[in-house]
Design a protein around this ligand. Structure first.
Ligand code: ZN
Ligand code: ZN
Length: 368
């Protein structure tokens, strides 16, 4: 093993055991003797955004030594998720699919995260929120509670990209303005044919072209395809204004997920997100009552990015051959996830009222 393959250790000053980061604090705590060690804050407090094109070129030419770090990652054979487990974690269940994984680490060169949001919500708080969430789900199968075990919750630092860019877009399209004409028409009233008038709306289309500028700051893109994207989106908002410069002291006790969507793939997703705002600007620029955009071309200037880690309490369980994930935003405590439906409970909810109505109808007919 080379030096870079070694996972940084944080031994307890009292008993030598591996410390863990204590959510909601800026301390590492010993899980055995409860001794707390404060994290020394690094001098560097400005989080730098990196130039996209420059970094990409360095990565392609394998010159991005300063920007990358060697990480020991363990891969789940079932779902392909890659995480770095940390010194005191040895496999167990995969947080993303619930399958058993064996900690067989391999070294991988990845882009260094610049910053992260430390865990704020504790495992117990996350578990309590999940239980409450589960209770509110109607039609969940009775056995679900034994499968959706809260002790299976794992703290994951999930990878994200953020992108900034000043964009300029040339477009051509059409502007539609409404105008009205009066038309006469014939109808039948009281058996008689009468002629009446009405206002009819038309659209006059004229060609339109121009250019718009949009500035984007911190467009957030999840850099992992191992979590159900719509639930990850619903975990927002994240208090990105509180991002802390990356420091390995925040990691003990948690897993760090490797990004499965790379920098270029991340930018494609960010461009899709930017496109809806650009289209809005174009429509505004065209004006009128309706707009058509026939072509547009966008240049992305000052394209910068950050690689950040956001904290999620996460668990997955297999229920009747299907994988269900749930996740808790470890900054706000918000729960999102999928759950199975009980066919029996749904059928009962439909059939029981029908039986009651049918019973009532019979009683009314007999005695009414
Ligand atoms: Zn200790
Ligand atoms: Zn897995």
């Amino acid at each position: 093993m080379s030096d870079s393959d070694k996972v940084e250790k944080f031994p307890c000053s009292n008993c030598g055991a591996d410390l863990e980061f204590k959510p909601g604090t800026s301390s590492l705590v010993c899980p055995y003797c409860q001794t707390e060690n404060t994290i020394e804050s690094s001098e560097e407090t400005i989080i730098e955004e990196k130039d996209f094109a420059e970094t990409l070129l360095k990565l392609k030419n394998q010159e991005a030594n300063e920007e990358t770090v060697d990480m020991i990652v363990t891969k789940c054979d079932t779902c392909g998720a890659e995480v770095s487990l940390g010194e005191n974690q040895t496999g167990g269940e995969c947080a993303f699919c619930g399958a058993a994984i064996v900690a067989q680490g391999k070294s991988e060169k990845v882009l260094k995260p610049e910053s992260l949001l430390p865990f704020k919500v504790t495992k117990n708080e996350a578990a309590a929120n999940f239980k409450t969430w589960l209770k509110k789900r109607w039609f969940a199968p009775k056995q679900l509670k034994q499968y959706a075990r809260v002790d299976g919750l794992k703290g994951i630092y999930s990878p994200f990209w953020t992108f900034d860019s000043d964009t300029e877009t040339s477009y051509s399209g059409q502007r539609g303005d409404y105008y009205y004409t009066t038309e006469s028409y014939t109808t039948t009233e009281d058996g008689k044919s009468v002629t009446k008038t009405r206002q009819v709306r038309h659209t006059r289309w004229r060609s339109a072209s121009g250019h718009v500028c949009n500035n984007f700051d911190d467009i957030l893109v999840h850099a992992s395809d191992r979590m159900e994207q719509k639930y990850v989106d619903e975990l927002e908002p994240w208090d990105l204004e509180n991002l802390a410069p990356f420091n390995t002291s925040y990691l003990p006790g948690f897993q760090v997920e490797s990004y499965s969507i790379d920098l270029e793939g991340g930018l494609d997703i960010a461009k899709d997100k930017m496109a809806s705002e650009i289209n809005y600007s174009i429509r505004n620029d065209i004006g009128g009552d309706e707009q058509r955009i026939t072509s547009k071309s966008t240049s992305y200037d000052n394209l910068k990015f950050k690689h950040i880690l956001l904290p999620v309490w996460m668990s997955a369980y297999n229920f009747k051959g299907k994988v269900y994930q749930f996740m808790v935003n470890a900054r706000t405590g918000e729960v999102q996830g999928t759950r199975p439906y009980s066919a029996g409970k749904i059928a009962a909810a439909i059939i029981i009222p029908l039986v009651i109505i049918a019973g009532a109808v019979i009683l009314i007919k007999m005695y009414g």
